[in-house]
Design a binder for this molecule. Structure first.
Ligand code: AMP
Ligand code: ZN
Length: 475
């Protein structure tokens, strides 16, 4: 099966071929663990999960590495401002480790709720300081660094093709730069490799280095850790589109300057989840952690919506197109998912069948066409109604497609008739947990109910569970 993927570097859709036959090295930029992820962030992780599943379906063995940023990501992209982790720790009166562990765990839970599979390697920036220092040392040896009062900087003017991913017009940038500048930077595009701790104050996290006590610049960790876990060259690097101009551009600069050769073959970027424009003249806005309409998976669950409805919502759009979020459209997907559950429940009763090759190949062809998931989903919905296939074969076909879609068709199969009594028991235990203010246990029980196909509604008379089987379709 030939997989064709868009490459941001070439701006074209090309036949994917890995460096090593049959194997794919995949690096995806991970979360900065100072706050809950919003569903916009999660759209990017759903896209990457689908990419990985499609590659596996095409027969590749994927080695997936994802970082956890727990130091160095500053509030501003211009190498100024607070460290997001230190700021969050100070605000919440916790240690950095407590903050990092808490939000990383919350992130992994969001991933589980969305059927986003974990990477093969998780790597934390603070566990790889030595690798980051080593990379700076190489850059220093090759003459790509200079020192200012507040840190050691990368000299972007020294790298001939700096900015090639974003196709930055460097002359234009230099002439008209309005970017907030650290004093002394030779070029507005230069960025910090190592920041020094302030002279008058101790940071919560700092390390010794050949250049002085301090901490690594944010772009460094992804370069250093992907070198360690995927080698000097690898196949695919992903992230959201906001990473093209700065973060990924600087990752490339660091590695290609240090090693003197091309680095990643395929750059893939997911478009934003956006909020609807206000008024006719208005523009859509990106969902952002600092924005007012910040939606998390918990707030989706609190509205009685299954998180997998959000996965379906993401699959309804191409990953390179912006996707506008509204509760109404998410509700439509919740309905579609409910209907799917009921239909699958009926189909699976008819015993074992085998997948229809024709439908499977139409489905995979859409997936392999730069992850055209809207088209793949249309094939999937078509199978539900396909009279030419036996009921058992329809079920087997849906199950095969779900290896890519990740909507949980297999666990829909496992729903038991006795669930109603079990659900009642879970609701009762959740009410008790809430009464004794054990909210962690109450949340856990809520998730368990959800996993069994129930939604919860808090009513004046107490919590009620209801099966997710609303009648409207958005499929
Ligand atoms: P962060 O935790 O802020 O480093 O972001 C994690 C990932 O989410 C990155 O790959 C970002 O590019 C991506 N991202 C941030 N905002 C959005 C959004 N509104 N829609 C889609 N992806 C986003
Ligand atoms: Zn990164």
């Amino acid at each position: 099966m030939v997989v064709r993927l868009h490459n941001t570097m070439t701006r074209s859709i090309d036949e994917f071929e890995p460096i090593d036959r049959g194997k794919v090295g995949l690096y995806t930029c991970g979360p900065t663990v100072y706050q809950y992820a919003h569903i916009g962030n999660l759209r990017t992780y759903v896209f990457e999960d689908v990419l990985k599943r499609v590659l596996e379906e095409a027969g590749f063995e994927v080695r997936h590495v994802m970082n956890v940023t727990d130091v160095g990501h500053l509030v501003s992209d211009a190498d100024t401002g607070d460290d997001k982790m230190e700021k969050s720790a100070a605000k919440q009166g916790k240690t950095i480790r407590e903050i990092a562990d808490f939000y990383w765990e919350a992130f992994r839970k969001d991933m589980r709720l969305l059927n986003v599979r974990e990477p093969d390697v998780w790597c934390k920036a603070t566990d790889h300081i030595a690798e980051q220092i080593e990379l700076i040392r190489r850059l220093e040896e090759r003459g790509f660094t200079y020192r200012l009062d507040d840190g050691l900087y990368f000299d972007t003017l020294k790298l001939k093709d700096y900015g090639k991913l974003a196709r930055l017009d460097r002359d234009g940038l230099l002439a008209g730069a309005r970017i907030e500048m650290v004093e002394g930077k030779k070029s507005p595009t230069d960025f910090a490799l190592w920041k020094f701790s302030p002279k008058d104050k101790q940071r919560l996290m700092e390390w010794e280095s050949p250049w002085g006590t301090g901490f690594p610049g944010w772009h460094l960790e992804c370069s250093a850790m992907s070198l360690r876990y995927l080698g000097e060259r690898f196949d695919i690097h992903c992230g959201g589109v906001d990473h093209i101009a700065i973060h990924h551009t600087n990752e490339i600069a660091q590695v290609e300057a240090a090693y003197g050769h091309d680095w990643v073959r395929w750059w893939m970027h997911g478009e934003f989840l956006v909020l609807p424009a206000k008024g006719e003249e208005g523009e859509t806005t990106k969902m952002a952690k600092s924005g007012e309409n910040f939606v998390t998976i918990s707030s989706v669950i609190d509205r009685g919506i299954d998180p997998l409805a959000y996965r379906l919502f993401c699959l309804n759009a191409h990953y390179r197109a912006p996707l506008t979020f509204t509760w109404e459209s998410l509700g439509g997907c919740a309905n579609a998912l409910g209907r799917l559950r009921n239909r699958v429940g009926e189909l699976r009763k008819k015993g074992a069948g085998s997948p229809s090759e024709k439908h499977r190949s139409d489905f995979l062809e859409a997936c392999a066409d730069d992850l055209n998931m809207p088209r793949a989903l249309a094939v999937f919905w078509g199978v539900l109604r396909e009279e030419a296939l036996s009921v058992a074969d329809r079920y087997a076909t849906l199950l095969a497609m779900d290896r890519v879609l990740g909507l949980g068709v297999e666990s829909m199969e496992e729903e038991k008739a006795s669930l109603d009594a079990e659900a009642e028991d879970l609701v009762r235990r959740r009410d008790e947990a809430r009464k004794r203010r054990d909210f962690a246990e109450a949340d856990r029980l809520r998730d368990e109910l959800l996993a069994r196909g129930y939604v919860l509604e808090d009513t004046p008379g107490g919590t009620r569970a209801r099966r997710k089987e609303r009648e409207i379709d958005c499929g």
